[in-house]
Design a protein around this ligand. Structure first.
Ligand code: AHR
Length: 300
């Protein structure tokens, strides 16, 4: 069961399927939906995998329960995207005691357990924050920035913030979490518009919160992209549409479509082959020069 990943055929019937428990952290954003679609499209029986997929709805306790269930079910490999970085020590120790290899997806963990996972695949969140900060520094060096943070304590929040602030931290006049959702991005921006009337740039840790910010800014009678510039991370179709519509100013990509690479890693891990400790998914960045055709052709 260690064939290289193939998009069709191969693997197939019977007992040689690799039993995989995948704990997805939620469905909070367009990015997450695209990532889940990619996982489900790739971790298939045709590709040699018998997948049990559980959505934790952004609650760590749900995720821990799912991981424990996977141990009880005796899966061959556990894959998961941890909602926050800490709080996994006990369950990771239990998984280790059960000798089930772990493939970490997207976000990372901080734990006292030694060698808690075999391999991790995801984006370089810190670099994403740095890229956003460098664009701001070059284009709006005097900006008064409000930072719309993702889920507090998640790798995507801490690392994007760190990378961004290393470049333009002195310009940040306020911050609040929008938990990576459009609704909370909107309410956090409403509060920020009242608390920081002179803010003129928002750095949102994802597109969805930036889209929520657009709604709040327009409701306040201001122009997103002009009165208040918006810089985001992800580059899902809705985010890039806002860029073409000149409501976003700059978007750093975080590519969610890497299910095929996850399959490849799972097969190697299951076969006991050596794998890289880290696989970084490659990202780009976009400004308002992208075209409508480009957005329409976007696969996520
Ligand atoms: O962990 C990746 C982040 O999680 C994405 O940037 C965000 O949209 C998602 O919710």
């Amino acid at each position: 069961d260690s064939d290289p990943a193939s998009t069709s055929g191969g693997g197939g019937g019977g007992d040689d399927l690799i039993k995989v428990g995948f704990s997805q952290l939620g469905a909070e954003s367009g990015w997450r939906t695209a990532n889940t679609e990619s996982v489900k499209a790739s971790l298939t029986k045709e590709n040699g995998i018998d997948l049990t997929f559980v959505d934790a709805q952004q609650k760590q306790e749900n995720q821990i329960k799912a991981l424990r269930d996977f141990v009880d079910q005796g899966v061959d490999v556990i894959a998961f995207s941890p909602v926050i970085e800490t709080g996994w020590d006990e369950v990771l120790q239990d998984i280790k005691d059960a000798e089930i290899p772990v493939v970490l997806v997207d976000r990372t963990v901080e734990t006292t357990v030694e060698d808690p996972f075999v391999t991790w695949i995801g984006a370089d969140f810190k670099q994403e924050g740095t890229t956003a900060g460098e664009w701001v520094k070059e284009n709006h060096p005097d900006a008064k920035i409000f930072e719309l943070q993702g889920t507090m304590g998640s790798g995507a929040q801490t690392d994007r913030q760190e990378g961004f602030r290393e470049v333009v931290g002195a310009n940040v006049i306020g911050e609040a979490s929008g938990n990576f959702t459009r609704a909370e991005g909107k309410t956090a921006t409403e509060a920020a518009l009242a608390a920081y009337p002179d803010m003129d740039l928002i750095f949102a840790h994802n597109d969805d919160m930036g889209l929520g910010a657009i709604e709040a800014i327009e409701a306040a009678g201001k122009k997103p992209g002009e009165d208040i510039k918006i810089v985001t991370v992800d580059g899902v179709r809705d985010g890039l549409q806002a860029l073409v519509d000149k409501k976003f100013n700059f978007v750093v990509e975080c590519n969610p479509v890497f299910g095929d690479q996850i399959v490849d890693l799972i097969k190697k891990v299951d076969a006991g082959e050596t794998v890289e400790k880290e696989t970084i998914v490659v990202d780009e960045a976009f400004d308002q020069t992208i075209t409508q055709e480009f957005v329409d052709a976007r696969s996520f």
